[in-house]
Design a protein around this ligand. Structure first.
Ligand SMILES: *[C@@H]1O[C@H](CO)[C@@H](O)[C@H](O)[C@H]1NC(C)=O
Ligand SMILES: *[C@@H]1O[C@H](CO)[C@@H](O)[C@H](O)[C@H]1NC(C)=O
Ligand SMILES: *[C@@H]1O[C@H](CO)[C@@H](O)[C@H](O)[C@H]1NC(C)=O
Ligand SMILES: *[C@@H]1O[C@H](CO)[C@@H](O)[C@H](O)[C@H]1NC(C)=O
Ligand SMILES: *[C@@H]1O[C@H](CO)[C@@H](O)[C@H](O)[C@H]1NC(C)=O
Ligand SMILES: *[C@@H]1O[C@H](CO)[C@@H](O)[C@H](O)[C@H]1NC(C)=O
Ligand SMILES: *[C@@H]1O[C@H](CO)[C@@H](O)[C@H](O)[C@H]1NC(C)=O
Ligand SMILES: *[C@@H]1O[C@H](CO)[C@@H](O)[C@H](O)[C@H]1NC(C)=O
Ligand SMILES: *[C@@H]1O[C@H](CO)[C@@H](O)[C@H](O)[C@H]1NC(C)=O
Ligand SMILES: *[C@@H]1O[C@H](CO)[C@@H](O)[C@H](O)[C@H]1NC(C)=O
Ligand SMILES: *[C@@H]1O[C@H](CO)[C@@H](O)[C@H](O)[C@H]1NC(C)=O
Ligand SMILES: *[C@@H]1O[C@H](CO)[C@@H](O)[C@H](O)[C@H]1NC(C)=O
Length: 594
């Protein structure tokens, strides 16, 4: 036992020498986080329920790092089921090993630790993390993820006085296991019980609609100052309209791209989307102000309770917020306004990005498309007696051996590389069917929404260019309407029902990347696929090697070593900590002497 521990320690030491010698040259700082993921009891809507907390916080803490940082997150799974943490919008350059979705990674078993390590590169902006497995996002586990610019990279606005993260999302008082059970039983989830803002229920703006004793979020601000407010829709499936009473929202960034700066009185934020607004506290503080996130495209008289209300509190405020909530758009079933608003969000092509070259120097409009995929969803269908959702007639089945791992170990039959370029015409099927991406290709994806509600689609590993959206069926002629100049680059885009959205993706990031609806219920029932991008020339430059701590499952379960929770690990851990410290000092000395 002891000698095993020692051998492991020596091995770890060697691993650390290896890691550090390469990181010495990389010279980029490491930042460490410890995430304990566990259930806690909370009553955001007045009903006690089990929610998922990170370090006992609900929502979880914000990860706030700088471009090029090496981020290390030790995730301790204290849940009673598998867990994967997904870093939504974080591009994981060259390493889908760290993406945290079931198609690429084995889940972290209950009671285990798993350490993510990735470098945040070539992106600056507002993102978030959430547990991607088993519907857990419906119980929480989410938090903000900020990537700041390095000091040498300018930002296209004056440095804001403060930085505020606001997480909005629909919420059920049933927990994720209960919701999962409904879906497995072929049932719809029904109307959510409310909308939470930063994990809290609505302010009691109306005693009929909001019961007593609900704890609400308060955002304190200083008069006259300008804040950057980063808003993320971390909910299940409801599009939300976000607004702050009497305050303009100057849109500045969306998922890592600086936008042309425009004022909005309210903005529709679809599930999985992130935006930064610059908000100047230019009101007279005669009272506090409402912050509202209300459901879109629903019967408002039925959905009144499904409204999130928080409080913007000036430090010199003279009283409580009073009166009715500020109105959102009055267009219950007309999505034209919302689509026009989405089209008005454009890229500031002269602002600099994460790299010192201007973003606009990448002229996506003049690159030839190499692959075209028309993906079409549909309302839920029954396949083999199960209620499922589909994309192009395929309902995705998660592989028992994750795709990237299956490739690494040449496991046959784990998935099929046959995702159709056009929707299947036959009966829908359940398959682990994956898109064969062309390395360095330029892929056009048309998302056609044949469902009755808004969907937002997300792709891991990339920011794509949103070049067009319109009502009706997409045709070849629709290309004539594409924005070939300043379409926004982002990772999550909405597709209105009965409409299409077209995106362009430069396939330069090797790996296996999830392409999915962010609507959690539809995702859970199979509305997703993966894009597999392989560099035909094998080297260690375009993709990082499999991490030493990779977990194994499915056909490769036999490779998984049991997690050693005996004292041996503790000794090993402390020896390795000493090793890291010693080597960090050596490394620092070396870099000073260079
Ligand atoms: C979720 O709710 C169900 C039914 O109310 C309950 O039995 C179960 O213990 C809860 N699960 C968790 C993880 O809290
Ligand atoms: C798990 O994480 C905790 C807290 O960081 C640490 O003390 C423990 O050694 C880790 N266990 C393993 C097996 O890595
Ligand atoms: C775009 O970015 C440039 C460079 O930072 C900035 O000067 C300009 O004001 C921005 N334009 C708009 C419309 O936001
Ligand atoms: C993130 O870090 C930056 C730089 O350290 C700081 O200015 C900013 O206030 C932080 N943001 C949040 C939300 O903590
Ligand atoms: C509170 O909401 C109810 C139901 O929508 C409405 O009838 C009532 O007028 C509202 N009360 C106030 C004070 O606005
Ligand atoms: C946005 O609105 C603010 C007032 O809230 C105003 O000062 C500012 O000039 C407006 N900016 C633009 C780009 O319209
Ligand atoms: C503050 O603004 C409110 C609403 O615009 C106005 O009714 C009130 O008179 C103002 N109060 C002061 C002290 O300027
Ligand atoms: C909205 O719901 C109310 C209450 O059930 C109903 O009376 C009304 O007809 C509905 N409106 C529409 C447009 O469906
Ligand atoms: C794109 O394709 C056209 C026609 O096939 C060709 O003339 C042009 O050179 C190509 N452009 C690029 C940038 O490869
Ligand atoms: C996948 O695409 C590559 C070219 O990018 C091609 O060589 C290969 O045959 C394709 N594989 C399948 C299974 O279609
Ligand atoms: C879905 O497709 C059918 C058949 O093409 C069409 O009749 C229907 O209008 C479409 N519905 C939506 C919401 O796109
Ligand atoms: C890539 O690196 C791994 C170890 O890190 C090594 O085993 C492998 O041979 C390398 N492959 C190539 C093509 O250089």
């Amino acid at each position: 036992m002891a000698s095993n521990g020692l051998a492991a320690a020596v091995l770890l030491l060697l691993v650390h020498i290896g890691l550090l010698s390469s990181s010495c040259y990389a010279d980029d700082p490491f930042v460490y986080f410890d995430f304990k993921v566990s259930y806690i009891t909370a009553s955001p809507l007045g009903v006690p329920q089990q929610v998922i907390a990170v370090n006992d916080e609900f929502p979880g803490p914000t990860i706030n790092v700088t471009t090029n940082n090496n981020v290390v997150v030790n995730v301790r799974n204290k849940l009673d089921e598998g867990l994967l943490m997904h870093w939504s919008g974080i591009q994981q350059r060259r390493s889908s090993w760290q993406d945290g979705v079931l198609g690429t990674n084995c889940p972290i078993p209950p009671k285990w630790n798993w350490t993510y390590q990735f470098q945040v590169k070539d992106q600056i902006g507002s993102f978030f993390y959430f547990p991607s497995t088993y519907f857990q996002r419906a119980s929480g586990g989410f938090g903000g993820f900020i990537i700041n610019n390095r000091a040498i990279i300018p930002i296209p606005f004056a440095t804001p006085y403060g930085d505020i993260v606001i997480l909005i999302g629909d919420w059920y008082t049933r927990n994720h296991t209960a919701l999962r059970k409904s879906l497995n039983g072929g049932k719809d989830l029904g109307m959510p019980n409310g909308v939470l803002i930063n994990g809290k229920g609505p302010y009691q703006y109306n005693t009929t609609l909001v019961p007593d004793g609900i704890d609400y979020a308060t955002i304190p601000v200083h008069p006259g100052k300008t804040y950057r407010i980063r808003v993320h829709n971390v909910g299940i499936s409801t599009s939300l309209n976000f607004r702050i009473q009497n305050h303009n929202l100057l849109l500045a960034e969306s998922e890592g791209s600086y936008t042309v700066q425009q004022n909005y009185t309210s903005l529709d934020i679809h599930v999985g989307q992130s935006f930064s607004f610059l908000v100047t506290m230019d009101q007279n503080a005669s009272s506090d102000y409402y912050i509202v996130a209300s459901a879109r495209f629903v019967n408002e008289s039925l959905w009144k309770r499904v409204t999130g209300v928080a409080i913007l509190h000036y430090t010199n405020s003279k009283g409580k917020a009073v009166g009715p909530l500020p109105d959102g758009p009055q267009d219950e079933y007309d999505k034209t306004y919302s689509m026009n608003q989405a089209r008005s969000i454009r890229w500031n092509v002269s602002a600099s990005g994460a790299r010192p070259n201007p973003q606009g120097s990448f002229r996506y409009g003049s690159i030839n498309v190499t692959d075209v995929y028309l993906l079409r969803n549909a309302p839920p269908v029954t396949i083999d007696g199960k209620r499922r959702t589909t994309l192009s007639g395929v309902s995705f089945v998660n592989p028992s051996t994750p795709i990237r791992l299956a490739d690494q170990y040449k496991v046959k039959g784990a998935y099929k590389l046959d995702f159709p370029e056009k929707p299947l015409t036959g009966p829908p099927k359940m398959e682990t069917s994956v898109i064969n991406g062309t390395y360095r290709g330029f892929m056009e994806v048309i998302l056609q929404n044949n469902d009755t509600k808004v969907h937002s689609y997300h792709m891991s590993g990339y920011a794509f260019f949103v070049v067009g959206m319109d009502y009706g069926e997409w045709t070849e002629n629709s290309r004539g309407t594409y924005n070939k100049w300043d379409g926004i680059a982002r990772s999550t885009v909405q597709v209105f029902p009965g409409a299409w959205t077209a995106i362009l993706i430069s396939l330069d990031n090797v790996g296996v990347w999830n392409l999915r609806t962010e609507n959690l219920d539809s995702w859970y029932l199979g509305q997703e696929t993966y894009v597999r991008i392989v560099n035909p020339e094998e080297n260690n430059k375009t993709e990082l090697p499999i991490p030493d701590n990779a977990l194994y499952c499915g056909a490769l379960s036999h490779l998984q070593k049991p997690e050693d929770i005996s004292s041996g690990v503790t000794i090993t851990a402390s020896i390795s900590t000493v090793a890291v410290t010693v080597l960090t000092i050596l490394c620092t000395l070396m870099s000073i002497s260079r």
